[in-house]
Design a binder for this molecule. Structure first.
Ligand code: ATP
Ligand code: MG
Length: 343
């Protein structure tokens, strides 16, 4: 049995995490869980980084954190627990996969255009240092850090992952025409690493042009690597291509610790109503099972999920509006009932 740390999170976090863990349990996934204290209620207890020292210790000793979305209390001086976690454990690569899912209608699925895009977003640097201040009463200044080693580790990860995945193309998205020094450095490192991967077609596209191309010809893209802020924005755009935030899984990969979570946030508007879509977190969980080498469990759950989506069962946020939607519990039960079925 492998032990992992689990934090249910805030908002819809507990509902969708319970849904995913009940699917895992029904599939007899060989995992044991250490539930750790992280999130808004931990901030409220007075822990300024949103996690208890025990939680931090557990996560560091187990190496894997499976987490629900977390809310950062509003106000100055409080840092997002999500950002703190990525920084504390140097999970430098944020891998987000966006794939056509049969049964999830989009303009592209209706047109028969298949999408399979993996975004690798640098996860530590850029403007996320949160170093900003007022220069004068009327002038605000933000600093942006891009380093060679920081760029190197995420770009190497992206190329290695692309090679393992059998990708044809790897693209660097950037704005080096304007930010010649910072994005220029990221782009320079990209082509330096590309030399070691002659089997991959490596190219670059300026980020605004990339957005236009992604929404018009998404099937031309395979793996795309970007700096932190641009990667954040482009990945929400890609979530829209495949049906929305309910379908976007994510993995934060570091050398010692990896964090698996959905791309979406706490969705406070629908929290506590048992209507949230657990698919993004379930897809993140499936990615985690593969990361841990639990290929059979991953395949069984993935097949059941895809079968369920294909058969038209859907929560309120997607699917054929003419077909009544089901709630989170019913959606979860449908997946479990479909174990053994193939999409
Ligand atoms: P946060 O500040 O935590 O990111 P948010 O208000 O930005 O919260 P998101 O979670 O990012 O909310 O969600 C944006 C929209 O998408 C909301 O209307 C939310 O209800 C919807 N949404 C997000 N995740 C899901 C989900 N899993 N199932 C259904 N709807 C969702
Ligand atoms: Mg949000």
């Amino acid at each position: 049995m492998t032990r992992i740390a689990v934090a249910k999170g805030d908002g819809i976090g507990p509902e969708i995490m319970d849904a995913v863990l009940s699917v895992f349990s029904a599939a007899k996934v060989p995992l044991e869980y250490d539930f750790v204290d992280m999130g808004k209620w931990v901030f409220d207890k007075g822990y300024s980084n949103g996690m208890t020292p025990e939680a931090q210790q557990t996560i560091e000793s187990l190496g894997i954190l499976f987490k629900g979305p977390m809310e950062t209390p509003k106000g100055k001086g409080v840092k997002s627990v999500n950002v703190t976690a990525r920084k504390t454990w140097n999970t430098y690569a944020n891998k987000r996969t966006f794939q056509t899912l049969h049964g999830v209608d989009t303009v592209f699925s209706k047109a028969g255009i298949p999408i399979d895009i993996t975004i690798v977003r640098e996860n530590i640097e850029d403007t996320y240092g949160g170093i900003e201040h007022m220069l004068t009463h009327d002038v605000a200044l933000s600093r942006r850090f891009i380093t060679r080693p920081g760029s190197m580790q995420v770009i190497k990860y992206a190329f290695e992952m692309a090679k393992k995945k059998g990708a044809r193309r790897i693209t660097c998205g950037h704005k080096a025409n304007i930010m010649k020094i910072t994005d220029g450095l990221f782009l320079e490192v990209f082509y330096e690493v590309a030399k070691d991967y002659p089997e991959l077609k490596a190219d670059d596209v300026i980020v605004d042009d990339l957005c236009m191309k992604l929404v018009s010809k998404p099937d031309l893209f395979d793996v795309v690597v970007l700096t932190n802020l641009q990667g954040d924005i482009v990945s929400d755009l890609c979530a829209g291509l495949v049906g929305g935030l309910g379908f976007a899984p994510s993995a934060n990969i570091g050398d010692h610790i990896s964090i698996f979570e959905a791309v979406h946030g706490t969705a406070p508007d629908i929290a506590g109503k048992n209507i949230a879509n657990p698919t993004a977190l379930l897809l993140s969980g499936i990615g985690m099972l593969r990361h841990l080498g639990l290929m059979e469990s991953a395949a069984m759950i993935e097949n059941a999920l895809l079968f369920t989506l294909e058969s038209g069962i859907h929560t309120g946020d997607f699917g054929d509006k003419a077909v009544p939607s089901v709630n989170t519990t019913q959606f979860t039960e449908a997946i479990i009932a479909n174990f053994g079925k193939l999409p």
